[in-house]
Every structure is written in structure tokens, then in C-alpha cells.
Design a protein around this ligand. Structure first.
Ligand SMILES: Nc1ncnc2c1ncn2[C@@H]1O[C@H](COP(=O)(O)OP(=O)(O)O)[C@@H](O)[C@H]1O
Ligand SMILES: [Mg+2]
Length: 288
């Protein structure tokens, strides 16, 4: 037990510990509980500000003498990573729907001056209706707290990380998130990651070598992917962050613009519906 929740099976395991299913003792409501030994102050502070259907909801934080539990909405459909593994790669229509939801959420984050900095397939979950849920704000940061929006800390997984994270002494968080989204779109449509096929450095463990490889290797696509989709990936996976597509350009892109407009409208409708008359978030009474 932690607080009123009975702990059940492990929903997933990240680099820093486990996330378990929690069932409320009285109501039976199911939540995901991220268990840690230290309090994740920044992650908690950031999640508390957010209210978006494609971003995990933080309901409560429970502290015991040995553990901290972050009580969150449970995304029962598992990781997008697993979903792609099962299907090998996604049809363009399926990928478009997921990607539009992802972009609607990332646009929401950036408009609140928050950058995620660890966007990857393992941190994108699916809910029971197979909608995207972004989780794991462990590396997230406020992009406007640093001088000139330039962040210094290198974050995330090498295979999803923008080249400027290693190559230069400061980077713009928003542009780095856009690179990661480009890697995610590539992985959805192709079924494998771009830039992880250097025979000398298969998993990108040698980060400096990975970045040299990215700078020197032309992006190639398997057959069967539409010209518009390839064009969008090519605009997002530009090594120079100043030349890379901006959020405004992505949203207006011919491959995406209709789907993203739908995703944004649906997200606004859901967010409005789940806000109470006092503007409070839709936190279950038993969890908040
Ligand atoms: N809200 C959630 N619902 C269901 N599963 C989750 C949820 N949050 C995390 N998980 C699972 O737990 C894993 C680890 O959680 P994450 O927050 O990414 O931790 P870490 O910071 O250790 O990477 C995720 O990759 C996912 O499989
Ligand atoms: Mg994670």
C-alpha cells in the first residue's frame, strides 16, 4: 500500500525506477504510481501546471519515510515503442493521427515555456482509446528561466538527442524537442531509428561519434513513404537548429496541417470539458 492505493503489477520501468499500477482501496480507481527514493521536485512542479489530454496527469504526491509516489493517470495501452514493435512499422494514417496528437501536446508545452527534453518512444504511452500520452517529465525544464532560452544540461537518450546538445555549449530546448519528434516520426513510419546504423557504434553509446555520424550521413527512407511525409522528416531532422523547422512550420506542413488542426480542436474541447466551474482540473475526488 502507498497512501490509499494498493500497489499492483509493474506498468513499466525507466532508467530511474518502476511505475506500478495502483488501485484505490475504496473506489477501485486505477492510477499509475511512479515510485522513487527522492522527491522529483521539478518534475512535480512542471506536471502540476499542465492540463492536456495527451500529457499524463499528476493527481497527487504521496510521501512515506522510504518512498515518494507520484500518482498519475494510468495509460493502460502501454508504450508506443511496444506498439510499433508489434506492428513492425505504422501505416501513414495511423502515424499521422499519433503524430498530430504528439505535436498538439508539444505545442502546448512550448506555449507554456516548458521543454520536455526526453521525447522518445518509451516515454510516449497509449491510453485505453489508443491516444498518445506523453509521460516522464524527469528532464523537463522551464525554457524561459535560462538566459536567452539557452539550456546547458545535456539530456535524454543519445539516439533521440539533437546534435547541438553535444556539439555546442548551449541549445534552444524547443528546437531540441522538435528534433526528437522528427526521430519519433521516422521510427513510426520506418520501424527503426535513423542514425543508429553506424557499424562502429550501433547504439550510439559513443555520443561524439554519433553526432559526427549524424552530421555526415544523409537521411534515407525506405520505399513506400509519401513524398510529403519524407519532406516533413527532412525539415525536422536538420542538424543546424537554426535551419530546422519551427513549430509554426510543422503545424502548417501539408502532410500534417489538417490532422493537427483536428487534434488541437479535440484537445481544447476535452480540456474545457474537464475543467470544473472553478477552473479546477478533472482530478478524481479520491485521488486529489
Ligand atoms: N502514467 C503511466 N501509465 C502507464 N505506464 C506508465 C505511466 N508512466 C510511466 N509508465 C511506464 O513506466 C515507464 C517508466 O516511467 P518514466 O516516467 O519514463 O520513468 P523514468 O524517469 O525512470 O524513465 C514508462 O516508460 C512506461 O512504460
Ligand atoms: Mg522514461
Amino acid at each position: 500500500m502507498i497512501g490509499p492505493y494498493r500497489l499492483g503489477r509493474t506498468l513499466g520501468e525507466g532508467e530511474f525506477g518502476k511505475v506500478k499500477l495502483g488501485t484505490h482501496r475504496d473506489t477501485g480507481a486505477e492510477v499509475a504510481i511512479k515510485l522513487r527514493h527522492t522527491k522529483l521536485m521539478r518534475e512535480i512542479a512542471i506536471l502540476r501546471q499542465l492540463n492536456h489530454p495527451h500529457i499524463v496527469k499528476l493527481y497527487d504526491v504521496i510521501e512515506t519515510p522510504s518512498t515518494i509516489g507520484m500518482v498519475m493517470s494510468c495509460a493502460s495501452g502501454g508504450e508506443l515503442f511496444e506498439y510499433i514493435l508489434v506492428h513492425r512499422y505504422l501505416k501513414e494514417r495511423t502515424a499521422l493521427r499519433f503524430f498530430a496528437q504528439l505535436i498538439s501536446a508539444v505545442q502546448y508545452l512550448h506555449s507554456h515555456a516548458i521543454v520536455h527534453r526526453d521525447l522518445k518512444l518509451e516515454n510516449l504511452l497509449l491510453d485505453q482509446d489508443r491516444n498518445i500520452v506523453i509521460t516522464d517529465f524527469g528532464f523537463a525544464n522551464m525554457s524561459n528561466t535560462q538566459e536567452d532560452h539557452l539550456l546547458q544540461t545535456s539530456c535524454g537518450s543519445p539516439c533521440y538527442a539533437a546534435p547541438e546538445l553535444v556539439m555546442s555549449d548551449g541549445y534552444v530546448g524547443e528546437a531540441a524537442d522538435i528534433w526528437s519528434c522528427g526521430v519519433i516520426l521516422y521510427a513510426m513510419l520506418c520501424g527503426y531509428l535513423p542514425y543508429d546504423d553506424d557499424p562502429e557504434n550501433p547504439n550510439g553509446d559513443n555520443i561524439n561519434r554519433l553526432y559526427t555520424y549524424i552530421m555526415e550521413t544523409e537521411l534515407v527512407f525506405p520505399e513506400g513513404i509519401s513524398a510529403k511525409a519524407c519532406d516533413l522528416m527532412q525539415r525536422m531532422l536538420v542538424p543546424d537548429p537554426k535551419q530546422r523547422a519551427t513549430m509554426a512550420e510543422i503545424i502548417a506542413h501539408p502532410w500534417l496541417h489538417v490532422a493537427v488542426a483536428v487534434a488541437v480542436a479535440v484537445a481544447i474541447a476535452i480540456t474545457t470539458a474537464r475543467q470544473g466551474p472553478d477552473g479546477a482540473h478533472g482530478v478524481p475526488a479520491d485521488a486529489g
